[in-house]
Design a protein around this ligand. Structure first.
Ligand SMILES: *Cc1c(COP(=O)(O)O)cnc(C)c1O
Length: 401
């Protein structure tokens, strides 16, 4: 490797360990996870707990590995996931903090749910009998979180008399214990916070009614997602749920990261598999939508939409090689795509590092940029990086594979 070829610091340092990862890999910086959690925690009302949202395999970053980091943070109450299967994966990984399932839990898993102390979100009256039976069979009191719909229009009880009757029904069941109550903002990531504020008002009023009319103060009341954590300190309550910002990504381009120290956790790397020069009139990739106007040096990158790299970046995206931006030419294929490296010739070589997401030299490609260009958004892009891309982990500045 000649000295003018800019590699990421990561590849320079771990050249030996990274053998076998040439086709492509994602680096997950677990130190950045801790940094991002700390940065959010610094802004919270003292005593506010945090829930790490690690659904969809930790937004594609690796749920169990991230859970292990969160397990050590005393202000982190536990983990939020989307399904029973995700919850069990954390249990099997040996994580001991509480796990909350944010979505609906179907009856087939009640037995295992109760045995493993996994907290379901409850909002359907027809589910309560089954949950009670499972709790009784497990010989446990099952902790649940009531889900309230204050404007998201997705799942949850209504914050009115009917909702209050539901809470009462849960309260009288000795097999169940209401540990938490929560709602979810639909529009906290917008400049205009009026809708989110209205949701917060409805939620606080409803919690107040439970206390006053049913005589129960729910121990953990929570509503904020990342956008709420960043811009609605009045919504902290007892706990907040940190999702996208845990990964150093932004909830939207309408929220400001000022005062926060968020570091992106994931970067995506590959290596040039082939270089050739094509001449004016020659086309590249399916459909022949790119035709060279002049001699062009073309590098092939051995990742594609089968790895979760969006096909919609065709004709729009770029990658970093030698610290410079190289435009994607022709359609992105399932397993490969091509970039124009004419500007880097003749120094550019097969085997040179390619950064698809992250920093190299002075240039940086963010998930936000890829999200915008591909018509996916940043959340979706990282979630969909496929299993075919191995994740390698950095902790305390060291590589753990
Ligand atoms: C996904 C999710 C979150 C996290 O949202 P972010 O915008 O990623 O912070 C919080 N709460 C609920 C109910 C969710 O479904």
């Amino acid at each position: 490797m000649s000295s003018h070829q800019i590699q990421t610091e990561f590849e320079r340092k771990y050249a030996e360990q990274l053998k076998g990862y040439e086709r492509g890999y994602a680096v997950i910086n677990l130190d950045a996870i801790e940094n991002n959690m700390d940065s959010m925690h610094d802004h919270l009302t003292p005593g506010t707990k945090m829930l790490g949202v690690i659904k969809t395999n930790g937004y594609g970053h690796g749920a169990a590995k991230i859970g292990k980091v969160l397990e050590e943070l005393d202000y982190c109450f536990g983990y939020a996931v989307a399904s029973f299967e995700e919850a069990m994966e954390l249990k099997r990984a040996g994580l001991e903090k509480p796990v909350l399932i944010l979505g609906h839990t179907f009856p087939y898993c009640y037995g295992e749910l109760a045995k493993n102390d996994i907290r379901p979100a409850v909002f359907r009256a027809d589910c309560l009998d089954g949950l009670c039976r499972a709790a009784a069979e497990a010989g446990k009191r099952l902790k649940v979180h009531i889900k309230v719909d204050t404007g998201m229009g997705r799942i949850g009880i209504t914050p009115d008399d009917e909702g209050l009757a539901f809470v009462k029904d849960v309260l009288v069941r000795s097999e169940l214990e209401i540990e938490g109550i929560f709602t979810h903002f639909a529009r906290a990531d917008e400049y205009d916070k009026s809708s989110a504020k209205e949701q917060l008002r409805l939620f606080k009023d409803f919690c107040h009614r439970i206390e006053k009319e049913l005589g129960y103060r729910v121990p953990i009341r929570h509503c904020s997602n990342s956008a709420g954590i960043m811009e609605m300190p009045e919504a902290n309550m007892d706990m907040v749920r940190a999702g996208i910002t845990l990964y150093g990504l932004m909830p939207s381009d309408e929220v400001s990261a000022e005062g926060f120290d968020f570091k992106p956790v994931m970067s995506l790397h590959s290596h040039i598999s082939y270089i050739k020069t094509i001449h004016a009139g020659q086309s590249v990739s399916y459909g022949g939508i790119f035709t060279a106007k002049k001699d062009t040096v073309v590098a092939t990158v051995p990742l594609g939409y089968g790895d979760g790299y969006p096909r919609m970046l065709t004709g729009k995206g770029s990658v970093l090689i030698h610290g410079r931006r190289c435009p994607i030419i022709g359609r992105i294929c399932m397993d490969q795509f091509m970039v124009d490296v004419t500007e880097l010739a003749p120094a550019v070589r097969e085997g040179d590092e390619v950064v698809l997401l992250g920093r190299m030299g002075d240039e940086c490609i963010t998930a936000e940029e890829i999200g915008r260009l591909s018509g996916r958004f940043n959340y979706e892009f990282v979630c969909l990086i496929s299993d075919r891309v191995p994740r390698v982990y950095l902790r305390n500045g060291e590589l753990t594979v």
